[in-house]
Ligand binder design. Structure first.
Ligand code: MTE
Length: 320
């Protein structure tokens, strides 16, 4: 999404030095080694990366027809090979390195101001939750977008399972922290682990979704297996990947990017074409895997479902 190199703060993505130029030799070699291993096993030739996932038998799940798109689905290969997952590097070709992520055993801890604190095993969670498929748009603050079929369950179901207590106002999400497999986490200038937050009202909005699959299969690792947040009316950086902990709290969480650069990234991060980011104008977006650009829509086109959440808020930076 961005480097920590000050020189590139003010210039548009198209003019910025490609991020791989900033990678040190060791990172490049590690990435190549990962890619080579995959090619050797033949996996690198295929669009799917999740053959060994024990939840594969659960997919595809039934599509919820309430969620429709205004554009074609993004090509699976294009979406699978252009990802942001800083734990595995600050470039887009994350998929080879991300295969190092161990997705079993995997647990999600629910804690904080709730009636039922618990550590849930991912496969127990998958068995418990009402899985469905939803077609959603996804808009990155870097002004690219995709349209994908997520599988998963409403975040509201997980909130129900936790049982928030009176006074709990926010959910704080946390990603795994394991520098031994995620080389990006060896870069100590980043505030690992990746953290994101939502208000309880946002988390129980009908659109808020926990994705466990995509394209009719379990999530490939580069998409944030085995479970990631999807909030399609917000910029993509809110959609935290590979979640291990959700804490209910009365304190507004400070997210990963907000901690790094509070002038550029805030808590709300709702999509708005009229509010430019310091480095990327937001009026239009590039559709991943195509040459097409489209005008960006307020709340990424989900105004009807979410505008009420922000109705009486004054003095909040809702669009950064
Ligand atoms: N989650 C974690 N843990 N680490 C990350 O670097 N990047 C975010 C978000 N979630 C990120 C993350 C950003 S900037 C975007 S745009 C989306 O993931 C990208 O999702 P995708 O790779 O599935 O398209």
């Amino acid at each position: 999404m961005k480097t920590l190199t000050k020189r590139s703060w003010e210039i548009p993505e198209s003019e910025a030095t490609p991020e791989h130029v900033f990678l040190n030799r060791r990172q490049i070699l590690a990435g190549l080694a990962g890619a080579g291993a995959l090619m050797g096993s033949g996996l690198g030739m295929r669009p799917a990366f999740a053959e060994e996932d024990p939840s594969a038998g659960l997919y595809p799940v039934e599509r919820n027809s309430a969620f429709t798109l205004d554009r074609p689905l993004t090509d699976e290969d294009a979406a699978s090979k252009y990802n942001n997952f800083y734990e595995f590097g600050s470039h887009k070709q994350i998929w080879p390195a991300a295969q190092a992520l161990k997705i079993r055993p995997w647990t999600v801890e629910l804690d904080g101001m709730i009636d039922s604190p618990q550590t849930v095993d991912i496969d127990d969670l998958l068995a418990k939750m009402p899985l469905e498929e939803r077609l959603y748009r996804h808009r990155c603050v870097e002004a690219w977008s995709m349209a994908v079929p997520w599988s998963g369950f409403p975040l509201a179901e997980l909130v129900k399972l936790a049982g928030p207590q009176t006074g709990a106002k926010y959910l704080r999400f946390e990603t795994f922290h394991d520098p031994s497999i995620a080389s990006g986490q060896k870069q100590s200038w980043y505030p690992w682990p990746y953290v994101e937050g939502l208000t309880l009202a946002e988390a129980t909005n009908e659109l808020a979704f926990m994705a466990t699959g995509i394209y009719g299969k379990p999530l490939a690792k580069q998409f944030g297996a085995p479970v990631r947040l999807v909030v399609p009316w917000k910029y993509g950086f809110k959609c935290i990947k590979s979640v291990v902990r959700i804490s209910f709290t009365d304190q507004r969480p400070v997210s990963f990017w907000e901690e790094i650069q509070p002038k550029e990234y805030g808590f709300w991060a709702n999509v708005n074409p009229s509010v430019p980011h310091r480095r990327w104008p937001q009026a239009s977006e590039r559709l991943l895997g195509t040459d097409e650009r489209r005008n960006t829509l307020l709340f990424n086109g989900y105004e009807e479902q979410v505008a009420d959440l922000y109705k009486n808020m004054t003095g909040e930076l809702l669009y950064m």
